[in-house]
Design a protein around this ligand. Structure first.
Ligand code: GDP
Ligand code: MG
Length: 168
């Protein structure tokens, strides 16, 4: 069998939990003070989907998102994408549209998912459920509420993307 390898880009504003998500999914850990990027371009994890071995390569940014300077090299060849916003950061929610435009301009139409992270902080939420659902509906994206901290729905996000990719 030929192994399938998928480059996944994880995009969204700074501090929404992208690096934490990648680290959680690929290394199984959550570190509260995890700051800088991992020091490599990506981390990977192998899973089995429909009897097929899939290698997911999760690309992290080095925090350039704060300077709106993510390079073309980051997006190049991306085959799937995760858009992330945070339960406690309204700007990160409002920025999803522009992230979507950016990714579409760089790589076109690829399997994509929308994630509301930090759902463990729901009592501090600044986003109504209806708003998040309306956004997902408008952008025609599968929507997950997740907590990287509590390890809630993280594996589901990537399993969904792998399945979507294999269905092409
Ligand atoms: P990035 O800038 O998008 O890569 O975000 P980071 O992964 O660096 O995370 C920013 C901060 O949010 C860190 O302090 C993380 O520990 C924290 N964080 C990430 N995910 C969660 C989560 O699900 N719940 C909570 N409460 N904090 C989180
Ligand atoms: Mg980061």
């Amino acid at each position: 069998d030929m192994e399938v390898a998928i480059k996944v880009v994880v995009v969204g504003n700074g501090a929404v939990g992208k690096s934490s998500m990648i680290q959680r999914y690929c290394k199984g850990v959550f570190t509260k003070d995890y700051k800088k990027t991992i020091g490599v371009d990506f981390l990977e994890r192998q899973i089995v989907v429909n009897d097929e071995e899939v290698r997911l390569m999760l690309w992290d940014t080095a925090g350039q998102e704060e300077f709106d300077a993510i390079t073309k090299a980051y997006y190049r060849g991306a085959q799937a994408c995760v858009f992330v916003f945070s339960t406690t950061d309204r700007d990160s929610f409002q920025a999803i549209d522009s992230w979507r435009e950016k990714v579409e301009a760089e790589v076109g139409d690829i399997p994509t998912v929308l994630v509301q992270n930090k759902i463990d902080l729901l009592e501090e939420t600044v986003i109504k459920n209806e708003e998040a659902e309306a956004l997902a509906k408008r952008l025609k994206l599968r929507f997950y509420r997740a907590s990287v901290k509590e390890d809630l729905n993280v594996t589901e996000v990537f399993k969904y993307l792998a399945e979507k990719y294999l269905q092409r």
